[in-house]
Design a protein around this ligand. Structure first.
Ligand code: ADP
Ligand code: TRP
Length: 335
């Protein structure tokens, strides 16, 4: 194995809708942190090839790609430290997908939870949906990534990528392996619930998007499902979805007080109910994303600035990709 000299961090996010709190706390927040810890070694891409497995609207796809890029930049991605690019700007990834597919068993793909879930939800699977994990493995190994920061739902895909690396190296280059084994990296909040208590996901329609504010935010937070505990009675802490959201935003010290309101059903002698808890969430979420929201609005008016970042990112990413593809092809006997 040729260990990468330094950690190389890589992650992808699908442009299948507007980004939400699950994406932020599960993935994006640690992407942004890592750019400071490993400047020059972080690659984040917008997985537009992946999105084609579910999105069949060219204008919507283009708009979503811009939106994801804008959101990352608004939240603080620094293009001097991290490379942000569009997956399809590095078409070598599809070539590597083919090479990996020749060493990947059908049985491995059949075990993928996300594939099985989609089939169980009556989505007629395309070959692309079935081989999605191979494209994802290619994304990872093409850049010789060592760490892949993601939410919990992606762990199985990374394990599959590890298997593909092993199979490829064993099949084609056992004495001088060319592919690097990646490790997953979970954030502090690897699982964020949606407003209905299931996993927050664009595909479940249960998200709270990042830059909601004012009336729209109040309306959305109002829709978070709670139980029928009577106003002023103790509220269940462990099962409360609103509390799970509060945990994302408030410090442990602040949460001690909030937990006490829940346990007693009172705050400063007055009854405390879900409406109050939701208000705490709205206040903190509004202030947490205030600066990013302003920057986001500025970027809406500067699409060429966003496009330039993606274009420059692709140039850097493609250079790395070409080197790996050449090594892989040589190992297989294609060069
Ligand atoms: P979605 O399920 O909304 O389509 P993606 O699959 O595009 O989201 O996920 C992008 C990143 O955000 C991945 O790293 C994923 O693990 C993370 N993520 C998505 N939803 C959640 C969630 N509810 N909790 C934690 N992380 C999540
Ligand atoms: N499958 C990931 C998701 O839906 C997105 C993704 C594609 C990805 N390729 C990747 C994540 C490579 C990490 C590494 O969230």
């Amino acid at each position: 194995m040729q260990p990468a000299a330094k950690p190389r961090i890589l992650s992808g996010i699908q442009p299948s809708g507007i980004l939400h709190l699950g994406n932020y706390f599960g993935a994006i927040a640690q992407h942004l942190e890592l750019q400071h810890a490993h400047p020059g070694e972080c690659l984040y891409f917008i997985a537009d090839y992946h999105a084609l497995t579910t999105l069949r609207d060219a204008d919507a796809l283009r708009a979503n790609v811009q939106d994801v890029a804008r959101t990352y930049l608004a939240l603080g991605l620094d293009p001097q430290k991290a490379t942000l690019f569009r997956q399809s700007d590095v078409p070598e990834v599809t070539e590597l997908t083919w090479l990996l597919s020749t060493v990947t068993g059908v049985g491995l793909l059949e075990r993928a939870h996300s594939y099985k879930d989609k089939v169980a939800n009556n989505i007629r699977p395309s070959v692309g949906l079935f081989t999605y994990p191979i494209l994802m493995a290619a994304d990872i190994v093409l850049y010789r990534s060592t760490h892949v920061p993601v939410g919990k739902d992606q762990l199985q895909h990374i394990e599959m990528a590890q298997d593909m690396v092993t199979h490829f190296n064993q099949a084609f280059c056992p004495d001088a392996p060319v592919l690097q084994r990646p490790e997953p990296r979970l954030s502090k909040y690897p699982y964020v619930p949606g407003i209905d208590g299931r996993k927050m996901s664009k595909s479940y329609g249960n998200t709270i998007t990042l830059f909601l504010s004012g009336k729209k935010l109040r309306k959305r937070v109002g829709q978070i499902v709670t139980d029928s505990t009577e106003f002023g009675q103790p509220l269940p802490l462990k099962t409360c979805t609103v509390y799970k959201f509060l945990e994302l935003f408030y410090t442990p010290k602040e949460l001690e007080d909030i937990a006490e309101y829940y346990r007693t059903g009172r705050r400063d002698g007055e009854p405390f109910g879900y409406g109050h808890a939701k208000k705490l969430l709205i206040e903190r979420m509004t202030s947490h994303f205030a600066d990013a929201r302003v920057r986001y609005e500025q970027l809406v008016k500067a699409p060429e600035e966003v496009e330039n970042v993606l274009r420059e990112g692709a140039v850097r990413a493609r250079k790395l990709a070409r080197a790996t593809i050449a090594d892989c092809k040589r190992a297989c006997g294609l060069l």
